[in-house]
Design a protein around this ligand. Structure first.
Ligand SMILES: NC(=O)c1ccc[n+]([C@@H]2O[C@H](COP(=O)([O-])OP(=O)(O)OC[C@H]3O[C@@H](n4cnc5c(N)ncnc54)[C@H](OP(=O)(O)O)[C@@H]3O)[C@@H](O)[C@H]2O)c1
Length: 140
């Protein structure tokens, strides 16, 4: 797939995997719209691809009952609402639904596919399971 001149929205582009994906997309000639910290309004015209990469794990290996509520809310807000609403934005404001095409690429975790290998990952694991279920349903 040629990425030249595609409009790509990257969530969590500042560091890590998102930054590496962004550099490669730039080399391939994509037009980049980058989310660094605050959520983007898709006002940049049609979006061809979304790299849904922003996410985080907080508090592990602490057990659920020892987690800070602020951390739980940040994790669910980012990994569930952020993930879901970014998808909603590119489908509607980004025009994918109207044009009947577009690419949704998720960066999630293998923890979504199995039971967690250690305790203390309850919320992180559950949010990744949400992403799998949401993506499967959306694909259908
Ligand atoms: N590295 C791993 O071993 C691993 C394993 C499994 C899954 N993952 C997942 O893969 C993705 C990328 O991992 P990484 O290692 O590159 O992580 P990272 O270095 O921690 O980068 C995470 C990115 O997500 C952004 N982000 C976090 N919370 C956000 C929020 N509330 N709103 C907007 N942006 C937010 C950060 O933005 P700022 O720079 O603005 O803070 C950052 O750019 C994440 O979803 C991570 O959970 C990583």
């Amino acid at each position: 797939m040629s990425l030249k001149n595609m409009n790509v929205l990257v969530m969590g582009a500042g560091i890590g995997i998102g930054a590496a994906i962004t550099r490669r997309l730039a080399q391939e000639g994509a037009n980049l719209i980058l989310l660094l910290t605050h959520r983007a309004q898709a006002e940049s015209g049609p979006i061809d691809a979304l790299i849904n990469n922003a996410g985080l794990a907080l508090g592990a290996p602490a057990a659920f009952s020892d987690l800070k509520i602020r951390g739980v809310v940040t994790m669910t807000g980012t990994n569930i609402n952020g993930y879901m609403l970014a998808t909603y934005a590119v489908l509607n404001d980004g025009g994918m639904r109207e044009r009947g095409k577009g690419t949704l690429l998720k960066v999630t975790s293998t923890t979504a596919l199995d039971d967690p290998p250690f305790p203390g990952e309850s919320i992180y694991h559950a949010t990744r399971r949400f992403q799998e279920g949401f993506t499967d349903a959306l694909r259908t």
